[in-house]
Structure formats: C-alpha cells, structure tokens
Design a protein around this ligand. Structure first.
Ligand code: ADP
Ligand code: MG
Length: 242
C-alpha cells in the first residue's frame, strides 16, 4: 500500500501540487487522471523520489519514504518497477540486454539467472522471440511491452506506469491495460498508472484520483464514475489537449 499525505510541489512561482492525499491499495490498479499540466507526472515523480515535495509525506507500506536518505531509499527503489512514458529503452542494446542491464543495477544475480529472468519476463508479455532484436525493430506496442517486462523483472511490490497507452492504437492500448491489470493481480503489487485515456478509466480503474490544477478534484472507483455524470468528467479531461 502507498499512502500520500498533503503533497505540495512548486517549480518557482508555479505551485503545481496543492496538498494531495490518497491511498493506493495493493493488488489493485489506481489511476491518476486529469488534463494536461494538472500535475499527474509531477505527483508520480514525488512518489518515487524523482522530485522532492516541499511539504507532505509518502509512505510505502507504513515506511516513510520522504524522511529517508538516499541509501535508505535504495531498498524501496529495488521494489519499484517503472514504465516510463517513452518506454526509455537503450537503442544500442537488444531487448534482452535492456532487461539484463536493469537487473545488473539492482540485483546480484548471476549472468545465467539474469538471462533466464529476462527471457521469462519477455515470455510473460508475449515477446518470446524478440530478445535479440533492437528497440528500433519493434512497434510502439512492443516497446511498451519490453518496458513492462523490464518493470516486472525484479518482481516489483510497486508498479508505476506513466501514460502506458500514449502513441498506441486503441486495440493495442486495451491489451497493454489488460496486461497491467493481470500483472497487478499476479504480483499483488500496488500499481499506479498515470493516464489521460478514458477507455483505461472504464477498463482498469479500481481507484481513480482525478487532478485539476494540482488539486484532488474527484476520487472513487470506476463504478462510482459510471454512476456519476461521466460524460461531463470526460469532456473536462479532454477540454485541455495533452
Ligand atoms: P501532467 O503530467 O498532468 O501533464 P506535469 O506534472 O507534467 O503535468 O506538469 C504540471 C506543471 O508543472 C506544468 O505547469 C509544468 O510546466 C510544470 N512542471 C513539470 N515539471 C517541471 C520541471 N521539471 N520544472 C519546471 N516546471 C515543471
Ligand atoms: Mg505527464
């Protein structure tokens, strides 16, 4: 479980996050949604420690991350799998090497174990025969799946995905969402997905945190959202293009 309390973050005069509270449950997919510039990515970065909030607290299973020093944070970082918005693969490395590289940094597995783990994860995301290919030889959806394979390679307790559907056609986007949902159940990880894709909201949002101008505008389940005037919310999200 991840709990955040009263998160404030500014860049100069731009007060981007204005006291956000939320609880993200294990084994569930939580979504952070909102229009462009509403602070979604900034909030995710505050949670993983890529930004330091000026105020507020982040807890990973009751351990306060925000008061830890860099060394203390390493143990939590090892338990985080992250899918970056642009997949962030190294173009000069094969698919397999991209995953082994991540395992090199965070584990002391033998080379054989790392290769086995990398190929197990590629198989899990249905990319068995691509291990020797380079990212430039893959489609957008395949790159996302490599990013996901890398994110799960360390059996994460926490899985974070920033815009996993960006640049994908709707059918591929649904497959990626389904994969994230399945992996969340399999690993019972606490999953947070930043998205502006309303189809995802309907498909996988166990809990939805809706940001507007750095404030919590709405929170609830996708069922709650269906019962509320979802069309208005939908229009609201798309009112400001991403
Ligand atoms: P979203 O992901 O919801 O589109 P962001 O969290 O990326 O929004 O950005 C929210 C606001 O914070 C924007 O006004 C953006 O310009 C600003 N911002 C984000 N990151 C930085 C940064 N590293 N430096 C300065 N301003 C930033
Ligand atoms: Mg963003």
């Amino acid at each position: 479980m991840i709990e955040i309390q009263n998160i404030h973050k500014s860049f100069g005069d731009n007060h981007v996050l204005n006291g956000i509270d939320a609880t993200f449950e294990p084994g569930k997919v939580s979504l952070i949604i909102g229009g462009s510039g509403s602070g979604k990515s900034t909030l995710l970065k505050c949670i993983v420690g890529l930004h330091e909030p000026e105020e507020g607290h982040v807890f990973f299973d009751a351990q306060e991350f925000t008061v830890m020093n860099a060394d203390e944070r390493v143990s939590i970082r090892r338990e985080i799998g992250m899918l970056f918005q642009n997949s962030a693969l190294f173009d000069s490395m094969t698919v397999e090497q991209n995953i082994v590289f991540a395992l090199d940094m965070f584990t002391d597995m033998s080379r054989k174990e790392k290769l086995e783990r990398a190929n197990f994860c590629l198989d899990r995301v249905n990319l068995k025969d691509t291990n020797k290919l380079y990212p430039s030889e893959l489609s957008g959806g395949m790159k996302k799946r490599v990013g996901i394979a890398r994110a799960i390679s360390m059996s994460p307790k926490y899985l974070f995905c920033d815009e996993p559907n960006s640049g994908l056609d709707p059918a591929t986007a649904i497959l990626i969402d389904e994969l994230i949902q399945e992996l969340t159940e399999e690993y019972q990880c606490t999953t947070i997905v930043v998205t502006h894709d309303m189809n995802s909201v309907m498909g996988i949002g166990d809990y939805i945190l809706f940001l507007y101008k750095g404030m919590k505008f709405w929170e609830g389940s996708n069922k709650d959202m269906l019962q509320s005037d979802v069309q208005e919310l939908n229009d609201f999200v798309f009112a400001s293009p991403l």
